[in-house]
Ligand binder design. Structure first.
Ligand code: CP
Length: 305
């Protein structure tokens, strides 16, 4: 694996290897690096969870984190994203983590650089590390994806999380269903759309999506109460879920819109577990990329295999 930019082309074996690496890291930890390696996190779109959990993951692995801030960088003087990334590569970054508002930009950048690139979210394209932490959270719960019924609910057409999860879950043998306002369905994703009240009773995982207002071309005005009642996870719907079923949400959460406020931290919610798992799974991705891309750090990282 040279880059980690999309779940679409990942095989089941590759995904399971990453989940196993994450599990090994969680059980055994890692020992400090014997050489100096640098990571740069290039975020051209806002982030709390992804950016901060990458910083924690990088520091836990022993990498030095370059302090890049788009707002005070030479992007403000007109430098391109490519020249910014190429500059970081030239001055010694060993790894780039990139979030960009335009779909497919991170994949393009990865093709132009020699160091590993991780996609931290490209517009409405993909969010592969979010997907990996979602998969890890589901695997912790069910120990298998085969035949798992996963319902993805909400603003599907604008959601990179929905896309990455749908691709990966299909590859892993799960059944993926969507439920969405008709205007927010995605015709390019070939998965069945179900009525929320019927689907909620048969699914093992209910994954809610944030309404991505920043990607809506039209000026969407939301009536919060009526959206929740029609398309969100209300307390009444949560009561209809199977006993073992869990709730996921990539966050940030619009409390009271996609999900009733009281359910965000309810017993079956794994929303904050997902965030915790984000650190371990991102460590796994970085470790595998540095193993594939170099020779000097292979021995260090192989010690727990
Ligand atoms: N889930 C997620 O990507 O959150 P951030 O936008 O805060 O990184």
């Amino acid at each position: 694996m040279n880059n980690f930019v999309s779940m679409k082309e990942m095989s089941a074996i590759q995904i399971h290897q990453l989940l196993k690496t994450a599990s090994d890291i969680e059980r055994n930890g890692v020992s400090p690096l014997s050489e100096q390696l640098f990571a740069a996190n290039l975020f051209f779109e806002p982030s709390t969870r992804t950016k901060m959990s990458f910083v924690v993951a990088e520091k836990k692995l022993g990498l030095e984190v370059l302090d890049f801030d788009a707002g005070s960088s030479s992007l403000q003087k007109g430098e391109s994203v490519y020249d910014t990334a190429k500059t970081l590569e030239s001055i010694g970054a060993n790894l780039l983590v990139v979030r960009h508002p335009v779909a497919n930009q991170v994949q393009q950048l990865a093709k132009q650089l020699t160091i590993p690139v991780i996609n931290a979210g490209d517009g409405a394209g993909e969010h592969p590390t979010q997907c990996l932490l979602d998969l890890y959270t589901m695997y912790q719960e069910f120990q298998s994806f085969q035949g798992l019924n996963v319902l993805i609910v909400g603003d599907v057409v604008h959601s990179r999380v929905a896309r990455s999860n749908a691709y990966a879950l299909k590859t892993l043998g799960a059944n993926v269903y969507f439920s969405s306002k008709p205007q927010w369905q995605d015709a390019e994703l070939d998965f069945p759309y179900l009525d929320l009240d019927e689907a909620i009773e048969m699914c093992d995982v209910v994954m809610l999506l944030r309404i991505q207002l920043e990607r809506h071309e039209e000026n969407t005005v939301l009536d919060q109460d009526s959206y929740l009642a029609k398309y969100g996870l209300t307390i009444e719907r949560e009561r209809k879920m199977k006993d073992h079923a869990i709730i996921l949400h990539p966050a940030p959460v619009n409390r009271g819109i996609e999900i009733a406020d009281q359910l965000v931290e309810c017993e079956r919610s794994r929303i904050f577990t997902q965030m915790k798992n984000g650190v371990t799974t991102r460590m796994a991705v970085i470790q595998q990329l540095l193993q594939s891309g170099g020779t000097t750090h292979v021995n260090h990282f192989n010690q727990f295999e």
